[in-house]
Design a protein around this ligand. Structure first.
Ligand SMILES: *[C@@H]1O[C@H](CO)[C@@H](O)[C@H](O)[C@H]1NC(C)=O
Ligand SMILES: *[C@@H]1O[C@H](CO)[C@@H](O)[C@H](O)[C@H]1NC(C)=O
Length: 464
């Protein structure tokens, strides 16, 4: 259920890059954070010398269970010397994966001041304690805004109050209509030095390690009361319940930062290299209740067509439509459970979107009907990049021309020159789906093509 839930979330709300679902005996909570995606990896090796601080800063390194160590050296090349320059604790171990360089307990931020604008909200100002930075350019002052938005929803946001940083737009949360009924101090406890957050009774406890908030490195760790961790963005799930043995998971569609590390405490560490920390915690007694709370915030997912959950057959390069039909008939003849047939972009004329090969796929306009006769469906594949070249016989490629006329393409930094790349059809431009002109162009092209080639759905391949 949770996997399906994550998928529908992504289709609705693709700007939310990170989630983790956590379950304990009687309480289940969903921690959902908005951590922006970033494109710059951490430098693999980075030495920062701040001798005036290292001279005076002495890390406090009490003995702690190995599973509670939070890695102070997520990059590579740790040594005692560099670890200590970072103000962290160094203690090599034989056990694999246990960090040798880990955060001390006298690191992070302290609460400078705190106010309660009303009984449902807390605002606090944080100041960084003197200690060397991890990667440089730490942000000295932070603000935290926490509020009980409903009886079962706590939001907290940690940000730089002095400089606006990128935040994931919340345009999909139009209906945010807080109806708090429970004072925040019944739910949230803030620890002053070092700063930490503990939603009461939930076992989500950020006191296990300091918050790191630097210009290009942000980290928050939280101890969890159970190993039942589900969710965590887009990656291959070999099992629904996550492995907490020092596993690092990329978040959302990138195989890189930001990420979440599950550690044996059990705990999770969120890392990203930009933006702010913006968390929603949902409380509920059952998984269904937590999902309900989540949907109250983001809206209900689209229910997929029942047939789209069926068995599907797709391949690249059938060669021509006769071979596709033979394939369909061969599989029907052996009663293969078989609901959907695809054609990949070889149905197109020179791999150009919104065209079909008038020789090899001459009868494509009727193909959906051929499938429908036996209760099957037809899905077309399409990649968004649009060829800049002419069509067969030097004919105009009208989809491209109409898009150009509407300035539908992603541009270079000048905001005018279309960005040119090379994709399946060769030289190509890229629709800028953030512009209304592009959306209008796309809808129009799609309607035109649909009138030509009937089909039941489109598979839009997202990588260029
Ligand atoms: C919560 O805050 C209110 C004032 O807003 C105070 O009267 C009450 O004692 C506090 N409760 C706890 C558990 O701290
Ligand atoms: C389809 O391709 C097969 C295999 O290449 C070929 O034998 C057949 O003649 C082709 N059919 C059409 C209609 O092009």
């Amino acid at each position: 259920m949770l996997g399906a839930f994550a998928k529908s979330r992504l289709s609705l709300l693709d700007s939310f890059p990170f989630q983790i679902l956590f379950q304990s005996h009687s309480t289940l909570l969903l921690v959902y954070s908005f951590i922006l995606l970033n494109l710059i990896p951490i430098p693999p090796f980075c030495i920062v010398l701040f001798s005036e601080i290292t001279d005076t800063f002495v890390p406090t390194c009490p003995s702690m269970p190995l599973g509670e160590r939070v890695d102070c050296f997520p990059d590579s090349g740790a040594s005692q010397e560099i670890c200590q320059e970072r103000g962290c604790c160094w203690s090599p171990r034989d056990e694999s994966n246990v960090p040798w360089c880990f955060f001390p307990t006298n690191y992070g931020y302290t609460v400078e001041s705190q106010e309660t604008p009303n009984s449902y909200a807390i605002k606090a100002k944080l100041t960084r304690m003197e200690s060397p930075p991890l990667f440089g350019q730490h942000i000295k002052e932070l603000a935290i805004d926490a509020e009980m938005q409903t009886k079962n929803r706590l939001r907290f946001k940690i940000y730089d109050p002095n400089n606006k940083r990128f935040e994931v737009p919340h345009e999909h949360i139009l209906s945010l209509n807080p109806t708090p009924s429970s004072p925040i101090n019944n739910t949230l406890q803030i620890t002053q030095k070092p700063f930490g957050l503990t939603p009461k009774g939930m076992g989500f406890d950020t006191r296990m390690a300091p918050i790191v908030f630097e210009d290009q490195y942000i980290q928050l760790s939280a101890k969890l009361p159970s190993h039942n961790i589900y969710g965590l963005g887009e990656h291959v799930h070999r099992q629904y319940r996550h492995d907490t043995n020092w596993r690092t998971w990329p978040i959302f569609t990138r195989d890189a930062f930001p990420n979440g590390v599950n550690t044996p405490a059990p705990a999770v560490t969120y890392r990203t290299i930009g933006g702010v920390l913006d968390f929603y915690i949902f409380f509920g007694d059952t998984p269904e209740q937590v999902v309900h709370e989540f949907l109250e915030l983001i809206g209900k997912p689209v229910i997929p067509a029942y047939w789209s959950l069926g068995f599907q057959l797709s391949r690249w390069n059938y060669g021509n439509l006769s071979i596709v039909k033979e394939t369909v008939e061969r599989n029907r003849a052996v009663d293969l459970p078989y609901d959907i047939q695809y054609t990949d972009i070889d149905y197109m004329e020179d791999k150009k979107d919104f065209t079909y090969d008038k020789v090899k796929f001459a009868e494509l306009p009727q193909f959906a009907e051929f499938l429908h006769e036996k209760g099957q469906k037809y899905i077309l594949i399409l990649d968004p990049a649009i060829a800049t070249s002419k069509r067969v016989g030097d004919a105009l490629y009208e989809s491209y021309d109409r898009g150009t006329a509407k300035n539908a393409w992603v541009t270079e930094a000048d905001g005018v020159t279309p960005l040119i790349g090379e994709v399946w059809p060769g030289e190509a431009v890229f629709p800028d789906y953030t512009s209304q002109a592009c959306i209008d162009w796309w809808v129009d092209e799609y309607e035109r093509f649909y009138r030509e080639v009937k089909h039941d759905a489109l598979w839009i391949v997202s990588q260029f």
